[in-house]
Design a protein around this ligand. Structure first.
Ligand code: 57M
Length: 358
């Protein structure tokens, strides 16, 4: 908002000119989101402890998790809250890519909040049904992709890493493809969020990578130099990504092992949805499989485990998702977490490196 309020006065007060620059507003968003989420998080944890709104631990999980019972959850409330506060100041609300990401993030935030509310506050451990969640998630993406194609913000073409120009035109299937990417990302992050800091680490590396890609895609000269599609106004997603990084760092301040707070579905579903939407808006849906490789691996470990058990009555992993498999192999929790972070950093570097291999 400040961008809309202050920039017109930049002729009188030259320093307001700074608000025009995406780099300035991204740095400001990152720093402000970090401070706001650290401060807000402190009081949020105190409030949740006082109200005894803590995590219910399922018996069938790893033994080591039983001591986590009662840990406050729904930290996603102050993660997304910090992001929205900062984006109100630094965001460009005339950018359709920015508004679309805000719409999906908010929609999934509401879904996750309702699920957590039922599970944590109403002690109804099942929360919203898996089918109900999927209907809500796909409905959100169909609305988003319809608007983006109808108002010609995006075409229905598919772009692949290492390949110059579009690989093919998905036509009407594009809307379903967008759904798979965003809903898949949201649920993969949700599954990954099973150890202290395990999800927020790759969320930060993915947001950083997608922020760089969004800046390049929104810049005419850079996008043509790198042979990537130019998406007008997608540079504003760099500001959005910066707010995710800042709020994520602030959350990690408390979620690092041993966690004082979990993010809850309100955090994992909305942040996963935000990342998937930025990947779609910058035409990096396939590259996102590399960027979010940890999330993809976690989700596939569950699919492989369930399919194997259903058809062979045998498990492939000691327990899925795969982070539990390593826990049950005897890896201490912090070791699993940091090794997954190391892999996500390498995947982020690899993804950016592919820009030069077209
Ligand atoms: C999301 N939620 C964590 C916390 C977090 C189909 C099946 C694979 C589904 C999956 C499942 O239920 N996933 C739900 C994962 C839970 O975390 C809460 O949920 C929020 C995220 N949505 O913010 O509020 C537990 O994770 C631990 N945790 C931490 N630190 C954190 O920072 O330690 C979370 C965040 C928390 C806490 O213990 O209670 C979760 O794991 O449920 N099911 C599973 O993941 C289960 N796997 C399983 O059943 N595998 C089977 C089949 C179905 C594949 C198999 O291997 O044969 C495991 N998870 C649990 N118990 N809790 C194992 C059983």
């Amino acid at each position: 908002m400040l961008f809309h309020l202050l920039y017109p006065f930049s002729k009188e007060i030259s320093s307001f000119n700074l608000f025009r620059y995406i780099t300035f507003r991204s740095l400001a968003a990152f720093l402000l989101a970090t401070v706001v989420s650290i401060v807000w998080g402190k009081y949020f944890i105190r409030f949740m402890k006082r109200k005894q709104f803590g995590q219910i631990i399922r018996e069938e999980g790893p033994e080591s998790h039983l001591r986590k019972a009662g840990t406050p959850t729904m930290g996603g409330l102050f993660i997304i809250g910090s992001m929205l506060f900062v984006l109100l100041i630094c965001g460009n609300f005339r950018s359709i890519p920015f508004l679309t990401t805000l719409f999906v993030t908010t929609s999934y935030f509401i879904l996750g909040f309702m699920d957590d509310y039922l599970k944590v506050l109403k002690k109804n451990t099942d929360g919203i049904s898996a089918k109900g969640k999927l209907v809500w998630q796909f409905l959100t993406t169909f609305i988003a992709s319809y608007v983006l194609v109808r108002y010609q913000v995006l075409d229905t073409k598919l772009y692949l890493p290492f390949v110059k120009g579009p690989a093919c035109d998905l036509g009407l299937f594009y809307h379903f493809f967008v759904g798979i990417v965003i809903v898949g990302s949201s649920n993969a992050v949700n599954l990954t969020d099973g150890l202290d800091g395990l999800a927020i680490g790759p969320i930060i590396t993915s947001a950083a990578t997608l922020g760089v890609l969004a800046y390049a895609a929104g810049h005419k000269e850079i996008s043509s130099y790198l042979y990537i599609p130019y998406i007008e106004n997608s540079g504003e997603l760099t500001v959005f990504a910066a707010s995710i990084i800042g709020a994520g760092v602030g959350f990690l301040w408390y979620n690092s092992y041993p966690a004082q707070i979990f993010m809850g579905d309100v955090g994992s579903l909305s942040l996963g949805g935000a990342l998937g939407t930025i990947a779609v808006l910058t035409k990096n849906e396939v590259l996102f499989v590399i960027i979010g490789g940890i999330f993809v691996t976690e989700a596939f470990s569950v699919i492989i485990q369930v399919v194997s058990y259903r058809f062979r009555k045998k498990r492939v992993f000691k327990m899925a998702p795969i982070h539990h498999h390593f826990e049950l192999k005897g890896w201490p929790e912090p070791k699993v977490i940091v090794r997954f972070w190391i892999i996500s950093i390498f995947l982020a570097i690899l993804a950016v490196a592919t820009l030069k291999m077209r």
